[in-house]
Design a protein around this ligand. Structure first.
Ligand code: IPE
Ligand code: IPE
Ligand code: MG
Length: 248
């Protein structure tokens, strides 16, 4: 990032750079309704949503977030019509192919949260390639939550821990919150400080159940394809107006 961009952002964004969230997570919702409102098929909404993904990733990087997590496909989303699921997977492949140069330029590392093996083979290959190529990038982590479920994440952690205990490699008494969190997909990352959901729904939909215990929630009626830079900045400014107490 050039200093010119960072200065401009400082002046125009109204953000306090000393109080930025480290990790922002977004439930990107409302693609289908956005399309429906325009008399378009749902898949056009998903296509339009990719633009918002780019904008969000770019702004997160400019502002200086450490981690941006985007909920792209839940374990429950397999229940959708097969045609919609396959279009989503195709769009994901397309995004990965097109986005790689930008991720490299901006030094962003791509990471996946979710059941990787349960994704289609072609998607796995695309992801593996991008994760490998961006693996050394250190400016920001972009987590894509794919085939992700908060409950199944906790269950897979519990299973692995139980195996270690059974094998005598871990004492039950040494298990605490810090150790448990190391078995989650987000191991080593700070918990989200801010959770954004678009489309006016007021629910979590099985997203990051463990990690959001003290996240600030920001709910906006805007549909994901219309969530732009100004909207993201407003969410960040709203976050900075909040008083976080953590129970104290
Ligand atoms: C979010 O938009 C994208 C995914 C869940 C993949 P939706 O497809 O859920 O759109 P709505 O909520 O039906 O409008
Ligand atoms: C949550 O949105 C999942 C993603 C954004 C990927 P959904 O549209 O699937 O959630 P519900 O069905 O409204 O709870
Ligand atoms: Mg939805």
């Amino acid at each position: 990032m050039s200093t010119a961009i960072s200065e401009q952002l400082d002046a125009s964004s109204g953000l306090d750079r000393t109080r930025l969230p480290r990790h922002v997570a977004i439930i990107m919702d409302g693609n289908g309704r956005w399309a429906h409102g325009r008399g378009l098929p749902r898949v056009m909404g998903h296509r339009a949503g990719i633009k918002s993904v780019r904008i969000a990733a770019e702004l997160a990087r400019e502002v200086g977030l450490e981690v941006l997590t985007l909920y792209a496909f839940s374990v429950e989303n397999w229940k959708r019509p097969a045609a919609e699921v396959s279009t989503l997977m195709r769009l994901l492949n397309e995004y990965l192919r097109r986005e790689l140069p930008t991720l490299m330029k901006n030094e962003i590392r791509l990471n996946v949260l979710g059941d990787f093996e349960g994704l289609p083979a072609l998607v796995q290959r695309h992801l593996e390639r991008v994760m490998k190529e961006t693996g050394e990038n250190r400016k920001m982590v972009l987590n894509l939550a794919l085939n992700y479920g908060g409950r199944s994440e906790i269950v897979q952690a519990a299973r692995r821990i139980a195996e270690l205990v059974k094998a005598g490699k871990l004492k039950v008494t040494s298990l605490d919150e810090e150790l448990f969190s190391r078995f989650l997909y987000t191991a080593g990352q700070p918990d989200p400080d801010l959770l954004i959901r678009t489309s006016g729904e007021h629910r979590i939909s099985n997203f990051l159940l463990w990690q959001i215990s003290y996240a600030e929630l920001y709910l906006t009626p805007k549909f994901w394809p219309e969530f732009g830079k100004a909207d993201f900045l407003e969410a960040l400014r709203e976050y900075q107006r909040r008083e976080r107490r953590f129970g104290a």
